[in-house]
Design a protein around this ligand. Structure first.
Ligand code: HEM
Length: 550
Protein backbone atom coordinates (compact mmCIF):
# COMPACT_ATOMS: atom_id res chain seq x y z
CA UNK A 1 0.00 0.00 0.00
CA UNK A 2 2.82 2.30 1.00
CA UNK A 3 4.63 1.43 -2.23
CA UNK A 4 1.53 2.30 -4.25
CA UNK A 5 1.20 5.62 -2.41
CA UNK A 6 4.87 6.39 -3.01
CA UNK A 7 4.53 5.48 -6.69
CA UNK A 8 1.45 7.68 -7.22
CA UNK A 9 3.21 10.54 -5.39
CA UNK A 10 6.22 10.13 -7.67
CA UNK A 11 3.96 10.09 -10.70
CA UNK A 12 2.26 13.32 -9.73
CA UNK A 13 5.70 14.93 -9.17
CA UNK A 14 6.80 13.79 -12.64
CA UNK A 15 3.52 14.97 -14.15
CA UNK A 16 3.83 18.35 -12.47
CA UNK A 17 7.41 18.64 -13.62
CA UNK A 18 6.49 17.81 -17.25
CA UNK A 19 3.52 20.18 -17.11
CA UNK A 20 5.64 23.05 -15.82
CA UNK A 21 8.33 22.40 -18.50
CA UNK A 22 5.58 22.31 -21.11
CA UNK A 23 4.07 25.57 -19.81
CA UNK A 24 7.51 27.13 -19.82
CA UNK A 25 8.11 26.04 -23.42
CA UNK A 26 4.68 27.26 -24.52
CA UNK A 27 5.19 30.53 -22.70
CA UNK A 28 8.66 30.88 -24.18
CA UNK A 29 7.43 29.82 -27.57
CA UNK A 30 4.67 32.43 -27.42
CA UNK A 31 7.19 34.97 -26.22
CA UNK A 32 9.68 34.02 -28.95
CA UNK A 33 6.95 34.09 -31.62
CA UNK A 34 5.74 37.42 -30.34
CA UNK A 35 9.29 38.82 -30.49
CA UNK A 36 9.80 37.46 -34.05
CA UNK A 37 6.50 38.97 -35.18
CA UNK A 38 7.32 42.26 -33.47
CA UNK A 39 10.73 42.41 -35.15
CA UNK A 40 9.12 41.62 -38.52
CA UNK A 41 6.45 44.31 -38.06
CA UNK A 42 8.99 46.91 -36.88
CA UNK A 43 11.29 46.03 -39.76
CA UNK A 44 8.34 46.14 -42.22
CA UNK A 45 7.26 49.61 -41.12
CA UNK A 46 10.85 50.83 -40.75
CA UNK A 47 11.40 49.92 -44.41
CA UNK A 48 8.03 51.42 -45.34
CA UNK A 49 8.63 54.77 -43.61
CA UNK A 50 12.21 55.08 -44.86
CA UNK A 51 11.49 53.93 -48.45
CA UNK A 52 12.97 55.81 -51.37
CA UNK A 53 10.56 58.02 -53.33
CA UNK A 54 7.64 57.83 -50.89
CA UNK A 55 4.35 58.32 -52.71
CA UNK A 56 0.79 58.74 -51.50
CA UNK A 57 -1.14 55.50 -51.11
CA UNK A 58 -3.07 53.41 -48.57
CA UNK A 59 -1.16 52.19 -45.51
CA UNK A 60 0.03 48.61 -46.11
CA UNK A 61 -0.27 45.86 -43.48
CA UNK A 62 2.59 43.44 -42.75
CA UNK A 63 2.48 40.25 -44.89
CA UNK A 64 -0.52 41.27 -46.96
CA UNK A 65 0.31 44.84 -47.90
CA UNK A 66 -2.87 46.41 -49.32
CA UNK A 67 -4.49 43.09 -50.22
CA UNK A 68 -7.22 43.92 -47.68
CA UNK A 69 -8.56 46.44 -50.21
CA UNK A 70 -8.86 43.87 -52.99
CA UNK A 71 -12.50 42.89 -53.05
CA UNK A 72 -15.41 43.53 -55.38
CA UNK A 73 -14.72 45.02 -58.81
CA UNK A 74 -10.94 45.61 -58.75
CA UNK A 75 -11.15 48.01 -61.70
CA UNK A 76 -13.39 50.28 -59.60
CA UNK A 77 -11.18 49.76 -56.52
CA UNK A 78 -8.04 50.91 -58.38
CA UNK A 79 -9.87 53.75 -60.13
CA UNK A 80 -11.08 55.10 -56.78
CA UNK A 81 -7.62 54.72 -55.24
CA UNK A 82 -6.08 56.69 -58.10
CA UNK A 83 -8.76 59.35 -57.70
CA UNK A 84 -8.04 59.54 -53.96
CA UNK A 85 -4.23 59.50 -54.03
CA UNK A 86 -3.50 61.26 -57.33
CA UNK A 87 -1.88 60.52 -60.68
CA UNK A 88 1.19 58.88 -59.15
CA UNK A 89 0.46 56.59 -56.22
CA UNK A 90 1.62 53.31 -54.73
CA UNK A 91 0.12 50.12 -53.40
CA UNK A 92 1.74 47.12 -51.76
CA UNK A 93 1.40 43.42 -52.43
CA UNK A 94 3.01 42.03 -49.28
CA UNK A 95 6.22 44.01 -49.22
CA UNK A 96 6.29 44.48 -52.98
CA UNK A 97 5.59 48.04 -54.09
CA UNK A 98 3.65 48.77 -57.30
CA UNK A 99 3.44 52.26 -58.77
CA UNK A 100 0.26 53.38 -60.54
CA UNK A 101 0.46 55.93 -63.32
CA UNK A 102 -2.67 57.95 -64.16
CA UNK A 103 -1.36 60.59 -66.59
CA UNK A 104 -0.22 60.19 -70.22
CA UNK A 105 2.94 62.21 -69.56
CA UNK A 106 4.04 59.61 -66.99
CA UNK A 107 4.00 56.66 -69.40
CA UNK A 108 6.15 58.09 -72.20
CA UNK A 109 9.07 55.76 -71.40
CA UNK A 110 6.87 52.71 -70.86
CA UNK A 111 5.22 53.19 -74.24
CA UNK A 112 8.51 53.69 -76.06
CA UNK A 113 8.12 51.44 -79.15
CA UNK A 114 11.89 51.00 -79.58
CA UNK A 115 13.43 47.54 -79.09
CA UNK A 116 15.82 49.28 -76.66
CA UNK A 117 12.94 50.09 -74.32
CA UNK A 118 13.51 49.73 -70.58
CA UNK A 119 10.09 48.06 -70.36
CA UNK A 120 10.14 44.94 -72.53
CA UNK A 121 8.46 42.65 -69.94
CA UNK A 122 5.43 42.76 -67.66
CA UNK A 123 6.52 41.18 -64.40
CA UNK A 124 8.86 38.79 -62.70
CA UNK A 125 6.48 36.92 -60.47
CA UNK A 126 6.83 33.42 -59.05
CA UNK A 127 3.06 32.88 -59.27
CA UNK A 128 3.10 33.54 -62.99
CA UNK A 129 6.17 31.27 -63.25
CA UNK A 130 4.15 28.57 -61.55
CA UNK A 131 1.34 29.04 -64.08
CA UNK A 132 3.96 28.31 -66.72
CA UNK A 133 3.32 31.51 -68.67
CA UNK A 134 6.59 33.38 -68.28
CA UNK A 135 8.53 31.26 -70.77
CA UNK A 136 5.72 30.58 -73.26
CA UNK A 137 3.59 32.40 -75.80
CA UNK A 138 3.44 36.16 -75.97
CA UNK A 139 1.40 37.93 -73.30
CA UNK A 140 3.44 37.08 -70.17
CA UNK A 141 6.60 35.74 -71.74
CA UNK A 142 9.78 37.10 -70.12
CA UNK A 143 12.10 35.17 -72.42
CA UNK A 144 12.55 37.92 -74.96
CA UNK A 145 13.97 35.69 -77.70
CA UNK A 146 11.01 33.30 -77.44
CA UNK A 147 8.56 36.22 -77.12
CA UNK A 148 9.92 37.92 -80.23
CA UNK A 149 9.75 34.69 -82.23
CA UNK A 150 6.14 33.93 -81.21
CA UNK A 151 4.99 37.51 -81.57
CA UNK A 152 6.52 37.92 -85.00
CA UNK A 153 4.77 34.82 -86.33
CA UNK A 154 1.41 35.66 -84.72
CA UNK A 155 1.56 39.23 -86.03
CA UNK A 156 2.42 38.06 -89.54
CA UNK A 157 -0.70 35.92 -89.58
CA UNK A 158 -3.37 38.10 -87.95
CA UNK A 159 -2.31 41.63 -88.89
CA UNK A 160 -2.25 41.19 -92.66
CA UNK A 161 -5.20 42.48 -94.77
CA UNK A 162 -5.76 39.09 -96.46
CA UNK A 163 -6.47 37.53 -93.07
CA UNK A 164 -8.74 40.41 -92.07
CA UNK A 165 -10.62 40.11 -95.40
CA UNK A 166 -11.30 36.47 -94.73
CA UNK A 167 -12.34 37.28 -91.16
CA UNK A 168 -15.00 39.70 -92.45
CA UNK A 169 -16.38 37.03 -94.82
CA UNK A 170 -16.48 34.40 -92.10
CA UNK A 171 -18.07 36.80 -89.62
CA UNK A 172 -20.88 37.43 -92.09
CA UNK A 173 -21.60 33.69 -92.29
CA UNK A 174 -21.63 33.44 -88.52
CA UNK A 175 -23.96 36.45 -88.38
CA UNK A 176 -26.39 34.70 -90.74
CA UNK A 177 -26.51 31.83 -88.28
CA UNK A 178 -27.17 34.31 -85.46
CA UNK A 179 -30.10 35.72 -87.47
CA UNK A 180 -31.67 32.28 -87.89
CA UNK A 181 -31.65 31.70 -84.14
CA UNK A 182 -32.88 35.19 -83.43
CA UNK A 183 -35.72 34.93 -86.00
CA UNK A 184 -36.80 31.62 -84.48
CA UNK A 185 -36.72 33.06 -80.99
CA UNK A 186 -38.79 36.11 -81.97
CA UNK A 187 -41.35 34.06 -83.93
CA UNK A 188 -43.25 33.33 -80.77
CA UNK A 189 -42.69 36.71 -79.19
CA UNK A 190 -42.36 39.96 -81.12
CA UNK A 191 -40.94 41.74 -78.11
CA UNK A 192 -38.25 39.18 -77.47
CA UNK A 193 -35.49 40.61 -75.29
CA UNK A 194 -31.95 39.45 -75.94
CA UNK A 195 -29.33 39.63 -73.23
CA UNK A 196 -26.77 40.78 -75.75
CA UNK A 197 -23.47 39.80 -74.02
CA UNK A 198 -24.67 36.16 -73.92
CA UNK A 199 -24.84 36.30 -77.72
CA UNK A 200 -21.93 38.60 -78.55
CA UNK A 201 -19.49 36.39 -76.63
CA UNK A 202 -20.87 33.39 -78.52
CA UNK A 203 -20.85 35.20 -81.86
CA UNK A 204 -17.17 36.08 -81.46
CA UNK A 205 -16.38 32.62 -80.09
CA UNK A 206 -17.80 31.14 -83.30
CA UNK A 207 -16.11 33.70 -85.57
CA UNK A 208 -12.71 33.59 -83.85
CA UNK A 209 -12.82 29.82 -83.56
CA UNK A 210 -13.33 29.59 -87.35
CA UNK A 211 -10.50 32.06 -87.88
CA UNK A 212 -8.13 30.46 -85.40
CA UNK A 213 -8.66 26.71 -85.67
CA UNK A 214 -10.76 26.53 -88.84
CA UNK A 215 -13.60 24.76 -87.04
CA UNK A 216 -16.97 26.06 -85.89
CA UNK A 217 -17.34 26.28 -82.13
CA UNK A 218 -21.18 26.04 -82.24
CA UNK A 219 -21.39 28.37 -79.27
CA UNK A 220 -24.50 30.16 -80.56
CA UNK A 221 -26.11 26.82 -81.34
CA UNK A 222 -25.60 25.58 -77.78
CA UNK A 223 -27.15 28.77 -76.40
CA UNK A 224 -30.09 28.54 -78.78
CA UNK A 225 -30.66 24.92 -77.85
CA UNK A 226 -30.95 25.91 -74.23
CA UNK A 227 -33.69 28.41 -74.98
CA UNK A 228 -35.99 26.43 -77.27
CA UNK A 229 -38.12 23.29 -76.84
CA UNK A 230 -36.66 19.93 -77.83
CA UNK A 231 -38.21 19.79 -81.32
CA UNK A 232 -36.67 23.15 -82.32
CA UNK A 233 -33.15 22.35 -81.21
CA UNK A 234 -30.39 22.58 -83.78
CA UNK A 235 -27.37 20.36 -84.29
CA UNK A 236 -28.35 18.59 -81.08
CA UNK A 237 -26.92 15.28 -82.16
CA UNK A 238 -23.55 16.67 -83.27
CA UNK A 239 -20.73 15.05 -81.33
CA UNK A 240 -18.60 17.43 -79.28
CA UNK A 241 -21.23 20.18 -79.54
CA UNK A 242 -20.74 21.28 -75.97
CA UNK A 243 -17.01 20.69 -75.74
CA UNK A 244 -15.94 24.11 -76.97
CA UNK A 245 -18.23 25.66 -74.39
CA UNK A 246 -16.38 23.80 -71.66
CA UNK A 247 -13.10 24.90 -73.24
CA UNK A 248 -14.19 28.55 -73.18
CA UNK A 249 -15.43 28.29 -69.60
CA UNK A 250 -12.03 26.89 -68.71
CA UNK A 251 -10.23 29.71 -70.52
CA UNK A 252 -12.28 32.19 -68.48
CA UNK A 253 -11.34 30.34 -65.31
CA UNK A 254 -7.71 30.49 -66.46
CA UNK A 255 -7.97 34.26 -66.97
CA UNK A 256 -9.48 34.63 -63.52
CA UNK A 257 -6.66 32.60 -62.04
CA UNK A 258 -4.00 35.03 -63.35
CA UNK A 259 -4.88 37.48 -60.55
CA UNK A 260 -4.77 34.66 -58.02
CA UNK A 261 -1.29 33.53 -59.07
CA UNK A 262 -0.02 37.11 -59.43
CA UNK A 263 -1.35 38.54 -56.17
CA UNK A 264 -1.58 35.68 -53.66
CA UNK A 265 1.77 34.83 -52.02
CA UNK A 266 3.13 31.31 -52.57
CA UNK A 267 2.76 30.16 -48.95
CA UNK A 268 -0.90 31.21 -48.78
CA UNK A 269 -1.56 29.70 -52.21
CA UNK A 270 -0.09 26.35 -51.33
CA UNK A 271 -1.01 25.82 -47.69
CA UNK A 272 -3.80 28.07 -46.40
CA UNK A 273 -7.40 26.87 -46.92
CA UNK A 274 -9.44 27.70 -48.92
CA UNK A 275 -6.70 29.18 -51.11
CA UNK A 276 -4.89 25.85 -51.45
CA UNK A 277 -8.08 24.21 -52.78
CA UNK A 278 -8.48 27.00 -55.30
CA UNK A 279 -4.84 26.55 -56.24
CA UNK A 280 -5.38 22.85 -56.97
CA UNK A 281 -8.47 23.63 -59.02
CA UNK A 282 -6.57 26.21 -61.11
CA UNK A 283 -3.65 23.83 -61.70
CA UNK A 284 -6.04 21.07 -62.86
CA UNK A 285 -7.64 23.61 -65.17
CA UNK A 286 -4.28 24.52 -66.74
CA UNK A 287 -3.53 20.84 -67.39
CA UNK A 288 -6.98 20.29 -68.96
CA UNK A 289 -6.52 23.23 -71.36
CA UNK A 290 -2.98 22.12 -72.29
CA UNK A 291 -4.17 18.60 -73.14
CA UNK A 292 -7.20 19.84 -75.07
CA UNK A 293 -5.17 22.20 -77.26
CA UNK A 294 -2.25 19.92 -77.95
CA UNK A 295 -4.81 17.48 -79.41
CA UNK A 296 -5.88 20.13 -81.93
CA UNK A 297 -2.30 20.91 -82.94
CA UNK A 298 -1.29 17.28 -83.45
CA UNK A 299 -4.45 16.46 -85.37
CA UNK A 300 -3.99 19.44 -87.71
CA UNK A 301 -0.33 18.66 -88.26
CA UNK A 302 -1.33 15.17 -89.37
CA UNK A 303 -4.04 16.56 -91.69
CA UNK A 304 -1.48 18.90 -93.28
CA UNK A 305 1.05 16.10 -93.74
CA UNK A 306 -1.64 14.02 -95.44
CA UNK A 307 -2.68 16.83 -97.80
CA UNK A 308 -0.85 16.72 -101.17
CA UNK A 309 1.49 19.70 -101.66
CA UNK A 310 -0.42 20.96 -104.70
CA UNK A 311 -3.68 21.09 -102.73
CA UNK A 312 -4.43 24.39 -100.96
CA UNK A 313 -4.58 24.36 -97.19
CA UNK A 314 -7.08 26.35 -95.16
CA UNK A 315 -6.04 29.79 -93.93
CA UNK A 316 -6.91 29.55 -90.27
CA UNK A 317 -4.32 30.70 -87.74
CA UNK A 318 -3.53 27.16 -86.56
CA UNK A 319 -2.66 26.02 -90.09
CA UNK A 320 -0.68 29.21 -90.74
CA UNK A 321 1.34 28.76 -87.55
CA UNK A 322 2.12 25.11 -88.32
CA UNK A 323 3.20 26.05 -91.85
CA UNK A 324 5.16 29.18 -90.88
CA UNK A 325 8.78 28.92 -92.06
CA UNK A 326 8.11 25.66 -93.89
CA UNK A 327 7.74 24.99 -97.60
CA UNK A 328 3.95 25.32 -97.13
CA UNK A 329 4.18 28.82 -95.70
CA UNK A 330 1.24 30.55 -97.43
CA UNK A 331 1.90 34.07 -96.18
CA UNK A 332 5.66 33.74 -96.67
CA UNK A 333 6.29 34.26 -93.01
CA UNK A 334 9.95 33.72 -93.75
CA UNK A 335 12.86 35.47 -92.15
CA UNK A 336 16.52 34.90 -92.76
CA UNK A 337 17.62 35.02 -89.17
CA UNK A 338 17.38 32.99 -85.97
CA UNK A 339 13.60 33.23 -86.33
CA UNK A 340 13.39 31.36 -89.61
CA UNK A 341 12.65 27.96 -88.03
CA UNK A 342 9.16 26.38 -87.84
CA UNK A 343 7.27 26.47 -84.54
CA UNK A 344 7.08 23.47 -82.24
CA UNK A 345 3.71 21.96 -81.23
CA UNK A 346 4.18 23.39 -77.75
CA UNK A 347 4.77 26.91 -79.10
CA UNK A 348 1.78 26.68 -81.43
CA UNK A 349 -0.49 25.38 -78.71
CA UNK A 350 0.25 28.30 -76.46
CA UNK A 351 -0.07 30.92 -79.21
CA UNK A 352 -3.46 29.53 -80.26
CA UNK A 353 -4.52 29.63 -76.63
CA UNK A 354 -3.64 33.33 -76.48
CA UNK A 355 -5.46 34.16 -79.70
CA UNK A 356 -8.62 32.47 -78.41
CA UNK A 357 -8.20 33.65 -74.80
CA UNK A 358 -7.16 37.18 -75.78
CA UNK A 359 -9.48 37.65 -78.72
CA UNK A 360 -13.01 36.48 -77.95
CA UNK A 361 -14.22 38.19 -74.80
CA UNK A 362 -12.24 41.40 -75.44
CA UNK A 363 -13.89 41.93 -78.82
CA UNK A 364 -17.33 40.73 -77.70
CA UNK A 365 -17.53 42.96 -74.63
CA UNK A 366 -16.14 45.94 -76.56
CA UNK A 367 -19.07 45.48 -78.96
CA UNK A 368 -21.56 45.26 -76.09
CA UNK A 369 -20.23 48.43 -74.46
CA UNK A 370 -20.37 50.23 -77.81
CA UNK A 371 -24.01 49.24 -78.36
CA UNK A 372 -24.85 50.41 -74.85
CA UNK A 373 -23.32 53.85 -75.48
CA UNK A 374 -24.96 54.16 -78.90
CA UNK A 375 -28.39 53.32 -77.49
CA UNK A 376 -27.89 55.85 -74.71
CA UNK A 377 -26.96 58.52 -77.29
CA UNK A 378 -29.65 58.35 -80.03
CA UNK A 379 -28.12 61.23 -81.98
CA UNK A 380 -24.81 59.33 -82.31
CA UNK A 381 -26.67 56.12 -83.09
CA UNK A 382 -28.44 57.92 -85.94
CA UNK A 383 -25.04 58.91 -87.35
CA UNK A 384 -23.93 55.27 -87.26
CA UNK A 385 -27.06 54.22 -89.18
CA UNK A 386 -26.52 57.03 -91.68
CA UNK A 387 -22.91 56.04 -92.34
CA UNK A 388 -23.75 52.35 -92.75
CA UNK A 389 -26.62 53.16 -95.14
CA UNK A 390 -24.33 55.42 -97.09
CA UNK A 391 -21.61 52.77 -97.47
CA UNK A 392 -24.05 50.01 -98.47
CA UNK A 393 -26.37 52.36 -100.38
CA UNK A 394 -29.27 50.89 -98.46
CA UNK A 395 -28.51 47.32 -99.67
CA UNK A 396 -29.19 45.14 -96.64
CA UNK A 397 -28.07 41.82 -98.03
CA UNK A 398 -25.14 42.14 -100.39
CA UNK A 399 -21.99 40.39 -99.12
CA UNK A 400 -19.89 42.60 -96.90
CA UNK A 401 -16.22 43.18 -97.66
CA UNK A 402 -13.21 44.40 -95.74
CA UNK A 403 -13.17 47.49 -98.00
CA UNK A 404 -16.70 48.36 -96.77
CA UNK A 405 -15.52 48.02 -93.18
CA UNK A 406 -12.55 50.31 -93.84
CA UNK A 407 -14.96 53.03 -94.97
CA UNK A 408 -16.84 53.09 -91.66
CA UNK A 409 -14.93 55.96 -90.08
CA UNK A 410 -17.73 57.15 -87.81
CA UNK A 411 -18.36 53.61 -86.55
CA UNK A 412 -14.63 53.36 -85.81
CA UNK A 413 -14.69 56.70 -83.99
CA UNK A 414 -17.66 55.47 -81.93
CA UNK A 415 -15.84 52.20 -81.13
CA UNK A 416 -12.79 54.18 -80.02
CA UNK A 417 -14.88 56.51 -77.87
CA UNK A 418 -16.61 53.55 -76.25
CA UNK A 419 -13.23 51.93 -75.48
CA UNK A 420 -12.04 55.24 -74.06
CA UNK A 421 -14.98 55.38 -71.68
CA UNK A 422 -14.88 51.70 -70.77
CA UNK A 423 -11.52 50.13 -71.68
CA UNK A 424 -11.71 46.35 -71.72
CA UNK A 425 -8.26 46.15 -70.16
CA UNK A 426 -8.28 48.91 -67.52
CA UNK A 427 -4.62 48.63 -66.51
CA UNK A 428 -1.46 46.88 -67.65
CA UNK A 429 1.66 46.14 -65.62
CA UNK A 430 5.21 46.61 -66.90
CA UNK A 431 8.60 46.10 -65.23
CA UNK A 432 11.71 48.24 -65.58
CA UNK A 433 14.79 46.25 -66.59
CA UNK A 434 17.07 49.23 -65.92
CA UNK A 435 17.04 52.19 -63.57
CA UNK A 436 14.59 54.71 -64.94
CA UNK A 437 13.33 58.24 -64.20
CA UNK A 438 9.53 58.52 -64.06
CA UNK A 439 7.50 61.37 -62.60
CA UNK A 440 10.76 63.22 -61.79
CA UNK A 441 11.89 60.34 -59.54
CA UNK A 442 14.61 57.74 -60.03
CA UNK A 443 13.38 54.15 -59.88
CA UNK A 444 15.58 51.09 -59.49
CA UNK A 445 15.75 48.16 -61.91
CA UNK A 446 12.90 45.76 -61.19
CA UNK A 447 10.30 48.34 -60.21
CA UNK A 448 6.85 47.40 -61.52
CA UNK A 449 4.47 50.04 -62.82
CA UNK A 450 0.77 49.87 -63.61
CA UNK A 451 -0.25 51.94 -66.62
CA UNK A 452 -3.79 52.92 -65.69
CA UNK A 453 -5.64 53.14 -69.00
CA UNK A 454 -9.05 53.58 -67.44
CA UNK A 455 -7.93 56.55 -65.36
CA UNK A 456 -5.89 58.17 -68.16
CA UNK A 457 -8.93 57.84 -70.46
CA UNK A 458 -10.97 59.91 -68.01
CA UNK A 459 -8.27 62.33 -66.91
CA UNK A 460 -9.56 65.90 -67.29
CA UNK A 461 -6.09 67.13 -68.22
CA UNK A 462 -6.38 65.10 -71.47
CA UNK A 463 -10.11 65.13 -72.20
CA UNK A 464 -12.83 67.76 -72.09
CA UNK A 465 -16.14 66.40 -70.72
CA UNK A 466 -14.47 63.02 -70.16
CA UNK A 467 -17.69 61.29 -69.03
CA UNK A 468 -19.56 62.11 -72.24
CA UNK A 469 -19.79 59.85 -75.29
CA UNK A 470 -18.42 62.03 -78.12
CA UNK A 471 -17.12 59.93 -81.07
CA UNK A 472 -16.32 63.17 -82.95
CA UNK A 473 -13.18 63.47 -80.79
CA UNK A 474 -11.66 60.79 -83.01
CA UNK A 475 -12.57 62.28 -86.36
CA UNK A 476 -9.45 64.41 -86.65
CA UNK A 477 -9.73 68.02 -87.75
CA UNK A 478 -9.22 70.39 -84.86
CA UNK A 479 -9.58 67.55 -82.35
CA UNK A 480 -6.11 66.57 -81.20
CA UNK A 481 -5.65 63.44 -79.15
CA UNK A 482 -2.78 63.91 -76.75
CA UNK A 483 0.05 61.38 -77.11
CA UNK A 484 -0.48 58.28 -74.94
CA UNK A 485 -3.81 59.52 -73.62
CA UNK A 486 -5.84 56.98 -75.68
CA UNK A 487 -4.43 53.50 -75.11
CA UNK A 488 -7.15 50.79 -75.13
CA UNK A 489 -4.67 48.39 -76.79
CA UNK A 490 -1.74 49.37 -74.56
CA UNK A 491 1.49 50.58 -76.09
CA UNK A 492 5.22 50.12 -76.46
CA UNK A 493 6.66 46.92 -77.81
CA UNK A 494 4.00 44.81 -76.04
CA UNK A 495 1.07 46.63 -77.62
CA UNK A 496 -1.81 44.31 -78.53
CA UNK A 497 -1.07 42.43 -81.77
CA UNK A 498 -4.80 41.67 -82.13
CA UNK A 499 -5.82 45.33 -82.33
CA UNK A 500 -6.69 45.31 -86.06
CA UNK A 501 -8.52 42.01 -85.73
CA UNK A 502 -10.40 43.32 -82.67
CA UNK A 503 -11.38 46.60 -84.33
CA UNK A 504 -12.35 44.83 -87.59
CA UNK A 505 -14.50 42.41 -85.58
CA UNK A 506 -16.33 45.19 -83.73
CA UNK A 507 -16.98 47.25 -86.87
CA UNK A 508 -18.08 44.22 -88.89
CA UNK A 509 -20.59 43.14 -86.27
CA UNK A 510 -22.02 46.65 -85.91
CA UNK A 511 -22.32 46.98 -89.70
CA UNK A 512 -24.03 43.58 -90.02
CA UNK A 513 -26.46 44.32 -87.21
CA UNK A 514 -27.31 47.96 -87.89
CA UNK A 515 -27.59 47.47 -91.65
CA UNK A 516 -30.72 45.35 -91.11
CA UNK A 517 -32.00 45.88 -87.61
CA UNK A 518 -33.29 48.49 -85.20
CA UNK A 519 -31.47 48.10 -81.94
CA UNK A 520 -32.80 49.59 -78.70
CA UNK A 521 -32.51 49.08 -74.96
CA UNK A 522 -35.30 47.21 -73.20
CA UNK A 523 -35.01 49.78 -70.43
CA UNK A 524 -33.70 53.09 -71.80
CA UNK A 525 -32.76 54.10 -68.26
CA UNK A 526 -30.69 50.98 -67.54
CA UNK A 527 -27.18 51.87 -66.39
CA UNK A 528 -24.13 50.18 -67.85
CA UNK A 529 -23.65 46.89 -66.01
CA UNK A 530 -20.13 45.57 -65.94
CA UNK A 531 -17.94 43.21 -63.96
CA UNK A 532 -14.18 42.92 -63.83
CA UNK A 533 -12.23 39.68 -63.94
CA UNK A 534 -8.91 40.16 -65.76
CA UNK A 535 -10.81 42.46 -68.11
CA UNK A 536 -13.98 44.54 -68.00
CA UNK A 537 -17.00 42.59 -69.12
CA UNK A 538 -20.49 43.74 -69.99
CA UNK A 539 -22.57 41.83 -67.48
CA UNK A 540 -26.03 42.62 -68.84
CA UNK A 541 -27.37 44.49 -71.85
CA UNK A 542 -31.00 43.75 -72.62
CA UNK A 543 -31.91 44.69 -76.16
CA UNK A 544 -34.80 44.65 -78.58
CA UNK A 545 -33.51 43.77 -82.04
CA UNK A 546 -36.21 44.28 -84.67
CA UNK A 547 -36.02 44.32 -88.49
CA UNK A 548 -35.64 47.89 -89.77
CA UNK A 549 -38.78 49.31 -91.29
CA UNK A 550 -37.06 51.94 -93.46
C1 HEM B 1 -11.03 44.90 -78.61
C2 HEM B 1 -10.24 43.91 -78.45
C3 HEM B 1 -8.94 43.91 -77.68
C4 HEM B 1 -8.47 44.74 -76.70
C5 HEM B 1 -9.18 45.93 -76.08
C6 HEM B 1 -7.15 44.27 -76.33
C7 HEM B 1 -6.34 44.88 -75.39
C8 HEM B 1 -5.04 44.48 -75.11
C9 HEM B 1 -4.15 45.17 -74.21
C10 HEM B 1 -4.47 46.43 -73.43
C11 HEM B 1 -2.99 44.48 -74.18
C12 HEM B 1 -1.74 44.83 -73.35
C13 HEM B 1 -0.83 45.70 -74.19
C14 HEM B 1 0.35 46.26 -73.43
O1 HEM B 1 0.99 45.53 -72.68
O2 HEM B 1 0.65 47.46 -73.55
C15 HEM B 1 -3.13 43.35 -75.06
C16 HEM B 1 -2.15 42.42 -75.30
C17 HEM B 1 -2.31 41.33 -76.09
N1 HEM B 1 -3.43 41.02 -76.85
FE1 HEM B 1 -5.09 42.14 -77.05
N2 HEM B 1 -6.85 43.18 -77.09
C18 HEM B 1 -7.91 42.92 -77.92
C19 HEM B 1 -8.01 41.93 -78.87
C20 HEM B 1 -7.07 40.97 -79.08
C21 HEM B 1 -7.15 39.92 -80.07
C22 HEM B 1 -8.29 39.79 -81.08
C23 HEM B 1 -6.03 39.14 -79.91
C24 HEM B 1 -5.60 37.92 -80.67
C25 HEM B 1 -5.89 37.59 -81.81
C26 HEM B 1 -5.25 39.70 -78.83
C27 HEM B 1 -4.05 39.18 -78.38
C28 HEM B 1 -3.19 39.83 -77.49
C29 HEM B 1 -1.86 39.34 -77.13
C30 HEM B 1 -1.21 38.04 -77.62
C31 HEM B 1 -1.31 40.29 -76.25
C32 HEM B 1 0.06 40.24 -75.60
C33 HEM B 1 1.07 41.08 -76.39
C34 HEM B 1 2.49 41.06 -75.84
O3 HEM B 1 2.66 40.92 -74.64
O4 HEM B 1 3.44 41.19 -76.64
N3 HEM B 1 -5.90 40.80 -78.36
N4 HEM B 1 -4.39 43.38 -75.62
Amino acid sequence: MRIINLLSMNFSIVENFIASIFLLIVKDWLLISFIIILIYVINYYYKYFTRENPLPGPLPLPWIGNLYLFHGDLDIVFYNLQEKYGELFEIYLGSDRKIWLGNASLIEKIHNPSSKTKFPIRAINEGLDEMGVTTKGVAFNNDLVAWKFNRRIISSTIMVPSFLRQFVNESEKVFQEFEIYWINLTKENNNYVLNFPDWSTRFFADAISLASIGKPAHMMATQYNRLVPKDLKTLNSKPGLYQFEEFLDRIRLWLKSVHFFYFVPRFVRHYIPPMNFLYKKYIRNITWIDNYLIGFVKERRKEIENTPKEEALSSDILTLLICANTDRDKFSIKANDEFSRPMTDEEIRYCIFEVIGGGIDTTAHSTSFLIHYLCKNPEKKAKVYAEIDNVFKGDKIRPMTYDDIEKLVYVEAAAKESSRLMPIVPSVFKRAINDVMIGGLNWKTGQEFFVHQHYIHHNKSHWSNPEEFIPERFLGGTNKIEKNSFIPFGGGIRQCPGRHLGMTGIKTFIALLFRKYDVSLEDPKAPLKKVYTLANECHELKLYIQPRKD
